[in-house]
Design a protein around this ligand. Structure first.
Ligand code: CU
Length: 189
């Protein structure tokens, strides 16, 4: 019963985490190795990739040298620092692309956008990460899971020799089968 529970628990954990792993969202490091900086060809960078809902942008730069404002189309086009909006300033700003559509980002440091093209426009599309939402999702087990394996450790232990012994028996049986078949072929020939 103990090992049976354990298997169920493992299966439940896999059921919860496997789909999440399959639909891994992409982190787009803006500007690649150059990061978020001046005089970089962000339109070309953006053209090389597809941005899916659920992906994220990472703006990487030396803190204090730049910042990131989420802008609208006009602010982007004319390099207007959005009023009443706080910029991202950490130097490692991760922005999750939660909705489809056009997104605009600019640096708010004077002249960086207007004279040095430190601005990024992307189009986010749906569908990259299919959300299959399988039926068995509702059983959220993580907490009760932790107790049984701890107490069951001695019980699970004897299991492994048994199953490996079974494995050996099984492989011996396979060897015998192969040998029998080979013998049959030789005899027929
Ligand atoms: Cu800047």
């Amino acid at each position: 019963m103990a090992s049976g529970n354990f298997i169920l628990v493992v299966a439940a954990i896999l059921a919860v985490f496997l789909p999440a792993a399959t639909m891994a969202a992409t982190e787009h490091w803006v500007g690649g190795k150059s990061g978020w900086t001046i005089n970089y060809d962000y339109p070309a960078w953006a053209n090389e990739r597809v941005f899916y809902v659920g992906d994220s942008l990472v703006f990487s730069y030396t803190k204090g040298h730049h910042n990131v404002y989420v802008a609208n189309q006009t602010e982007f086009k004319d390099c207007i620092v959005p009023t009443g909006k706080k910029p991202f300033t950490s130097g490692h700003d991760t922005i999750t692309l939660a909705t489809p559509g056009k997104k605009w980002y600019i640096c708010g440091i004077p002249t960086h956008c207007s004279e040095h093209k430190q601005k990024l426009a992307i189009t986010v599309v749906e569908g990259g990460a299919p959300v299959p939402a399988p039926a068995p999702a509702p059983a959220p087990v993580p907490v009760p899971v932790l107790t049984p394996p701890a107490t069951n450790t001695p019980v699970t232990q004897p299991d492994s020799p048994t199953s490996s012994a079974y494995g050996i028996l099984k492989s011996k049986y396979q060897v015998l089968t192969v040998a029998a078949v080979a013998l049959a072929i030789i005899l027929i020939a």
